[in-house]
Design a protein around this ligand. Structure first.
Ligand code: AMP
Length: 225
């Protein structure tokens, strides 16, 4: 049975962390548009040059560019049994484009999970966020630091990669990303609620394990696990 999930939530809500866990537990690929764009920036590709200004400013990459990238990725063989989308769609036109892509293939999204965190918490969280340069594991120096060492290296078995801070996790850019989230992305909650597939989990006041338990409950109640 295929499992197609969309993770929603403000930047820093923890949707990437949860998407990684869902992917590892249910054996579906984790597709993060932010990760795809950052990989292109790092590799200095033409797409990377095209999107750099948007990422640096905390603005959305234009819908057409983003939708083309996602359509290409979702058509790859490893997506045949589903995927967890993290950071896409981020606007109504993107959601509509995804809907058309799925309709043409006779497929649908099973569930949209919103990880809800109050704005006041977001800035503190994002300034403490670190990502492993080697394996992509996400840490938070305040809430979920690496269990060993001095907080500068990944503690996943056999990794030991260096932790780094994302360029757009600076306070001014974070505030702009939050504005964009409320204006352009948040309306998707009502959109997916109307489609009857929206579920919400509290992303605040629970550990990452606690949030994941709630997600597992939702997936099992929906007969998806
Ligand atoms: P994220 O890692 O999801 O926080 O994304 C980082 C940045 O990549 C965003 O601030 C946007 O500039 C860009 N981005 C990621 N996903 C999208 C999307 N679906 N639509 C437009 N821009 C995106």
């Amino acid at each position: 049975m295929a499992l197609r999930i969309i993770m929603m939530g403000a930047p820093g809500a923890g949707k990437g962390t949860q998407a990684q866990r869902i992917a590892a537990t249910y054996g579906v690929p984790h597709i993060s548009t932010g990760d795809i764009f950052r990989a292109h920036l790092k590799d200095g590709t033409e797409l990377g040059r095209k999107v750099r200004g948007y990422l640096d400013a905390g603005e959305l990459v234009p819908d057409e560019v983003t939708c083309d990238i996602v359509a290409g990725r979702l058509a790859e063989a490893d997506c045949a049994n589903g995927y967890v989308l993290d950071g896409f769609p981020r606007s109504i036109p993107q959601a509509e484009a995804l809907g058309r892509f799925l309709d043409a293939r006779n497929e649908q999204i099973d569930v949209v999970i919103d990880v809800a965190v109050p704005d006041e918490e977001i800035v503190g969280r994002l300034t403490a966020r670190r990502t492993c340069k080697k394996c992509g594991a996400i840490y938070n120096l305040k809430f979920s630091p690496p269990a060993s060492g001095d907080g500068t290296r990944c503690d996943r078995p056999g990794c030991d990669g260096e932790l780094s801070q994302r360029g757009d996790d600076q306070e001014e850019t974070i505030r702009q990303r939050l504005r964009v989230y409320h204006e352009t992305t948040e309306p998707l909650l009502a959109y997916y609620d109307e489609h009857g597939i929206l579920k919400s989990v509290p992303g605040s006041g629970l550990s990452p394990d606690g949030v994941f338990e709630k997600i597992e409950e939702i997936l099992s109640a929906a007969g998806l696990s």
